[in-house]
Design a protein around this ligand. Structure first.
Ligand SMILES: [Zn+2]
Length: 414
């Protein structure tokens, strides 16, 4: 097993400019999913995550690519089948169909990074003809069992010719939390434009929203796996430059989205839909370089609030557990000096009970373990699912007052 290697790029991923200014740094951060066996504790990959702003196009981004080689081959991100996620996927498919293809059957949808096929299944139910592209052979198999065809592999400019004849002109190309993992968004957007129906094709991209990340101080979303962090404004700039017009930022209402999401619906500039162009609503402060320096300071304050919360709770003799072992839980804890004071990190579907959380080395446990080892307070990292989590844990004897949302703790209101 070879160790991951890091390559620096020194060039803006969005505009190719070279005027990049660092505004954040997280020291010795692990991969979000690199849980370790107790006997390998301390051997997991850790490296700094500096984050930069491009002074030319204002796109926030990292300037390092991590080549994971065979180190990390079982990366299996999947949102699973939580109720809220299913509702979101259904709404996204239904809203797209009713708003842009009313009454049309057989709309061709290609999803890049299609995972276990759940989103495409929702499109298929609305009458679409679907195809997935997914690097994990295991997830392709899971999708196939649901009747969702996928091509196994990483999508790049060579993939265009590998698509079947009936998918050489596509109505909808969709990516959910995949676009912000791409090291080079420009050639990717060019490939998609070649595939999209030039008259009315749509590119639908869901990514983490930098405006919300900063507003909520969700520094945990700065990960090795993420290359760029867009706002409506920087998305607008990037897509315009690559021959697209953005026509919609509101495909799914905010309250129905997963915790932090920017949904972009773009169409080729040649398309008849381009006249429906919408303007970005990003607050002006995001155009001010000084704002990013302040952001770095605010995030440090948020981390200090979280450390103080852990110190106070445990000093009072309370047993504190974390809930949610996704990237949010793992990366939040990795940046906190006293994370080891938590008893354990609970997850509804842990990767494997008995593993340790990367860097912070807390035990990863399931709900049965929590039932047998009660705690006094639960810090909820996957706060977007707070209602579902409470519903699941209240039968174990927990009261709503024992749950703390990460967002409130970071804001210093707990
Ligand atoms: Zn740039």
């Amino acid at each position: 097993m070879s160790a991951p290697t890091i390559t620096r790029i020194d060039q803006c991923r969005a505009c190719g400019g070279t005027h990049l200014q660092q505004f954040l740094n997280f020291s010795a951060m692990p991969f979000t999913d690199d849980f370790v066996k107790p006997e390998h504790k301390g051997s997991e990959f850790c490296a700094d995550i500096p984050v930069y702003i491009c002074r030319d196009c204002l796109t926030a981004q990292t300037q390092h690519n991590v080549d994971v080689g065979d180190y990390y081959e079982d990366y299996q991100y999947s949102v699973g089948a939580s109720g809220k996620a299913s509702v979101f996927m259904r709404l996204l498919a239904e809203n797209l169909q009713s708003k842009y293809y009313p009454g049309k059957q057989g709309v061709k949808v290609l999803e890049i990074g299609s995972g276990d096929g759940e989103q495409l299944l929702a499109f298929k139910k609305t009458g679409c003809s679907v195809l997935g592209y997914e690097p994990s052979s295991m997830l392709c198999k899971v999708a196939a069992e649901k009747g969702i065809p996928s091509i196994q592999g990483l999508f790049d400019e060579n993939s265009v010719s590998a698509l079947p004849a009936d998918f050489q002109s596509i109505d909808v190309i969709m990516l959910s939390y995949t676009f912000d993992h791409l090291p080079k968004p420009q050639p990717f957007l060019a490939s998609c434009r070649r595939l999209l129906n030039p008259q009315d094709g749509l590119l639908v991209i869901e990514i983490h929203d930098l405006e919300k990340i900063i507003d909520r101080q969700e520094y945990c979303l700065f990960e090795h796996e993420h290359s760029i962090y867009l706002t409506e404004q920087t998305a607008h700039t990037l897509f315009e430059r690559e021959g697209y017009t953005i026509i919609d930022f509101d495909l799914v209402p905010d309250e129905d989205r997963r915790a932090n999401s920017l949904i972009i619906v773009a169409t080729p500039k040649t398309s008849e839909r381009a006249k429906q162009a919408v303007l970005p609503r990003t607050p002006k402060k995001f155009q001010d370089l000084g704002f990013y320096a302040e952001t770095g300071q605010q995030i440090a304050t948020g981390i200090a609030h979280l450390e103080a919360f852990i110190a106070k709770s445990t000093a009072e003799g309370k047993k504190l557990a974390g809930y949610g072992a996704g990237g949010r839980g793992v990366m939040t804890l990795a940046a906190v000096a006293n994370a080891g004071k938590l008893e354990f990190l609970v997850d509804r579907k842990p990767k494997q009970v008995g593993l340790l959380v990367p860097k912070s080395h807390m035990p990863l446990v399931d709900i049965a373990y929590l039932a047998a080892h009660p705690v006094d307070a639960i810090l909820v990292f996957s706060y977007g699912y707070m209602a579902e989590i409470q519903k699941e844990l209240i039968p174990l004897g927990y009261k709503p007052s024992q749950f703390y949302s990460l967002l409130d703790v970071l804001a210093g209101s707990q």
